[in-house]
Each structure stands twice: as structure tokens, then as C-alpha cells.
Design a protein around this ligand. Structure first.
Ligand code: 5GP
Length: 200
């Protein structure tokens, strides 16, 4: 059985990567497994422990880092977030395609550790639109929004390190483009594996 593909969805805060991932999971044809991250942040209303995240203490999170249990982790807005190495490895070994939805520092760490991961970067159509989306979400103060917009500018400079960049202007169109890119990747991977077994 061939190994699954690791897809990493990333991009600045407010670009809609979470919504895009939800849509990718809703479409059963995508046949993809979402990795559940661990975090030290407080659980929010409508979130489920073990489904949205595995919520844990800072001490426990640091112990997991020391034990080498994280494929990557980052500190974001004062909280730790990380991807469990074993679950991701096990699913890939079983031939399952795995999706991570993580912020850009973590995405680039994954690329260092697993160079064959497919990194997808989501950008907004404009800075003004990004600001509007962050404001409408209503989760951050004006000061935090300004910090996120500054962080986004630096993150945009990192986009050449990703395999592909998608503009989330029209959500439906963006999801279709991402799905097409995932299918293309799976198809080219399968073709290469076939070519490697062929006599000439
Ligand atoms: P939130 O607190 O809004 O759920 O997530 C904050 C940010 O952390 C989002 O950009 C999300 O993509 C990112 N994030 C979630 N899980 C992980 C993870 O395991 N690793 C990293 N590096 N970022 C994560």
C-alpha cells in the first residue's frame, strides 16, 4: 500500500483556512483525515474536547514536546498549539491522506521535517478585506487585529516556500481550486509510483 499524502493548510489569521478545511471535510469524496491538534488555550463555546482540539495544560504540553511527541508546535497569542506526530504518521502509513490546519510558523516546520508534505497557503484578496474579516469575527481587540495584520505581512513574504497559493475571495471557487490541487497531487504521486515499478 502506498503512503498517504500530508496536506498542510496554512495562511495568516482571518484568511478563512478553517472554513476551507471544514468544506474539504464535508465533501466525502476528498477522503481525508483531519489531524486534531493539542492546545493550551481555553475551550470556546461550541467546541468539543477531543474533536476541535485536545485541550491540555502548559505543563503537559511541555512534557509532550520533551518526549518528542509533536511533529511541530508553535506559540500563538500566548497559547501552545501542536500536531501529534504518532497519529499523523500512523494514518500516513495506512495510506490515508491527512490534513493539518495550522498557522504559518508550524507549516514551515512541517516542511523542514517532511519535505514531501504539500503546503497550501491561503491569502485574502486585499489587506482591507483581511482587516474587515478579522473585525467581523469579533474575537480580537483592535490592538490584536493590528498585530495580526502586521504578522500577516511577514507571513506573505514566506509564501514562495509553499507548494501553492490560493486567493480566498469567493469561498466556493477557492474550495474548488484547493480540491483540484489535491486531486492533481494524488494523481501525480500515483503516476510516479507506477512509473517506478515499470520495466522498460
Ligand atoms: P484558534 O485558537 O483560533 O483555534 O487557532 C489559532 C491558530 O492556531 C490558527 O491559525 C490555527 O490554524 C492554528 N493552529 C491550530 N492547531 C495548530 C497546530 O497544531 N500547530 C500550529 N502551529 N498551529 C495550529
Amino acid at each position: 500500500m502506498s503512503r498517504g499524502i500530508l496536506f498542510v493548510m496554512s495562511g495568516p489569521s482571518g484568511t478563512g483556512k478553517g472554513t476551507i478545511c471544514e468544506r474539504l471535510l464535508e465533501n466525502k469524496e476528498n477522503d481525508i483525515f483531519l489531524s486534531v491538534s493539542s492546545t493550551t488555550r481555553e475551550i470556546r463555546k461550541n467546541e468539543i474536547d477531543g474533536v476541535t482540539y485536545n485541550y491540555t495544560t502548559e505543563d503537559n504540553f511541555k512534557r509532550m514536546i520533551e518526549n518528542g511527541e509533536m511533529l511541530e508546535y508553535a506559540v500563538y497569542s500566548g497559547n501552545y498549539y501542536g500536531t501529534p506526530k504518532k497519529t499523523v504518521e500512523d494514518m500516513l502509513e495506512k495510506g490515508k491522506n491527512v490534513l493539518l490546519e495550522i498557522e504559518p510558523q508550524g507549516a514551515l516546520k512541517v516542511k523542514e521535517r517532511m519535505p514531501d508534505a504539500e503546503l497550501m497557503f491561503i491569502v485574502p484578496p486585499s489587506m482591507r478585506e483581511l482587516k474587515k474579516r478579522l473585525e467581523e469575527r469579533g474575537r480580537e481587540s483592535a490592538e490584536q487585529i493590528a498585530e495580526r495584520l502586521e504578522a500577516a505581512k511577514w507571513e506573505f513574504t514566506q509564501s514562495p516556500k509553499y507548494n501553492s497559493v490560493f486567493v480566498n475571495d469567493d469561498l466556493d471557487a477557492c474550495v474548488r481550486e484547493v480540491e483540484q490541487a489535491m486531486r492533481d497531487k494524488a494523481r501525480s504521486r500515483a503516476l510516479v509510483e507506477k512509473l517506478l515499478t515499470e520495466e522498460y
